[in-house]
Design a protein around this ligand. Sequence first.
Ligand code: FAD
Length: 660
Amino acid sequence: MAKEFDVIVIGGGHAGAEAAWAASRMGAQTLMITLDPSKIGAMSCNPAIGGLAKGQMVREIDALGGLMGLATDATGIQFRMLNRSKGPAVWGPRAQCDKHRYAAEVQRLLSTCSNLRILRGEVAEIETAPSVDGGAWVESTAADTPRSAVSGVLLVDGTRLRCRAVVVTTGTFLRALMHTGETRTEGGRVGEAAAKGLSDCLRRLGLQLGRLKTGTPPRLHRDSIDFSRFETQPGDDPPTPFSFLNEYATGLEGPAATFCDRASFSHSSAAVWRPPLPQLICWLGRTNPQVHEIIRANLHRAPMYSGQITSTGPRYCPSIEDKVVRFADKPAHQVFLEPEGLDVPEIYVNGVSTSLPADVQEQLIRLIPGLENARILRYGYAVEYDMVWPTQIRPTLQTKQVQGLFLAGQINGTSGYEEAAGQGLVAGINATLYAAHGPKDPAEFVLGRDQAYIGVLIDDLVTKPPTEPYRMFTSRAEHRLHLRSDNADQRLTPLGRRLGLVDASRWQAFESRQGSIDSAIRWLKSVRVEGMGAYDWLRREGNDWQALLQRALTAGLSPPALSPQTARLVEIIVRYDAYIRRQNEQIERFARLENKLIPPGLDYSAVIGLRNEARQKLATFTPRSLGQALRISGITPADVTLISIHLARRSSASGMGGRD
Ligand code: FAD
């Protein structure tokens, strides 16, 4: 095998898979090094992708040319659009997947990347050399002055490999410790070892590390459950695919008659996407006061309460012991039973994440109606791991201290497959750009808060140190109506095309769909139905594209044929026209501050009138723009005005006109 690469990705989780996919598809000679290649794409916790806000991120990953949406569609065993009763801004696609087939599909997709190599191994050291242009940025000793640059990696077995950029995606594995009651085992995931050496190396490189925790519920044997005691939870019929490629394939627009049965005016089955795997149902049940009593009686044996675990876990995804303590007056909590695959017996008990001892887990599970005879195949556990405080990275996910070193996924303090994958994609892209252009002419890929949930995620990470594992919510985004799951391709596919991640066939399908939308809008603005413009008719409460088609065809008009997904998109554009326009104006105002860039290495002590607290914060966070500076907690609009005046003075003094 070659000893020299453009990009080395450490880790084969969801961040690592996207990073390696992006780098290799953009043409970088890429190496993925991971502890166990057969676990690439493994779902450590729940066998599901997407959900509220997370589903939007998967659509964004797909629109940019990533792999998560493709793997989900190929292996989904139940698809549901969450929040459908609310507005389209907060719809969240979610799919239950066959977790073994999902990992296999990720591995298959990676195997199609011609310049990607995969190596089993543990990276112990990231090797560096003095930074390439150390002096060029130095206006101060600000935290964004790089002190060294990546030169390669050293494996535990002594293998030394050279590279220009490294993406670290070590997830929950760094100095990982698993807890089930009083039992502690070293390991990043059940049955897998921890990675020990890399944490010390990251510290030596000048990075500050923290420690977080997360947990997982027990898995039960399907045949030991009385499902008749649970409510059934079927998926959507027809399901909505994650990948735009699958959506486009069912949306080959043509004359209306191709897709519409004139008698019923409903879309024909040819326009409906069918997932390749059989679809399953899930089940919903509840805990009860007896379950809560057992938990309360054993709290002293729960690592979170006995003092055995001191690190913070996700508040929004609490363990059952947390729920019983924090919501003491609630008599019941929901329990979802979710199959982990088509031909495996494991059922995932969503809602009962726990690190209580095995004997307590046995008791509490059997007190849930329908689980009286349940057989536990794997006990729940919590895992503690090292992470890197993400205020030490730039919005490109490159560390401020070490040139060419990128971090993505759970190591940045996030939790969740989708959050990891979104970062992996951005880090893979930027590592490739860095490897190709070097630090002197930095070509960067940064997504804004107005462009993508992935942009919101990364901006939050670099401006607000997480106090618990970070997960995405729709409430974190200020431009929700713009960041919808249905329009992710309009927002991002052109960017993916420019980067070389979107291939010709996807681009052609995207352009064709875009053309259908544009001509449908033109048509709506040009014809009248029932005495009014069709555009206004469609805007009215209760009207939809199907009903419009019926009227148009009866009136002898020739409406364009749209697939169900495209028709839905046209309805949203028309119905929310005024809101979308208002949001676009907000985005434009927002962009004014976002586009005012702050030069790297700016000496904040030279900004006249700036408060000391603001100086310290700005020197630590080193924001990229005035907009980002304003989002740092404790930084006021007045502080930002002072920086703006300073930058204007600086640029007029240098006669360069400045970057803003
Ligand atoms: P991972 O998927 O953890 O992958 C890390 C990869 O790095 C692995 O391939 C590993 O082999 C490799 N690696 C690590 N160190 C080295 C090294 N030195 N050299 C080479 N390779 C290395 N998320 C939620 O959203 N909700 C939950 O409730 C939840 N619970 C979880 C419970 C448990 C027990 C675990 C383990 C995870 C849980 N997660 C949960 C988190 C979810 O699994 C992660 O967010 C996601 O998998 C992170 O992806 P990643 O790519 O960052 O890392």
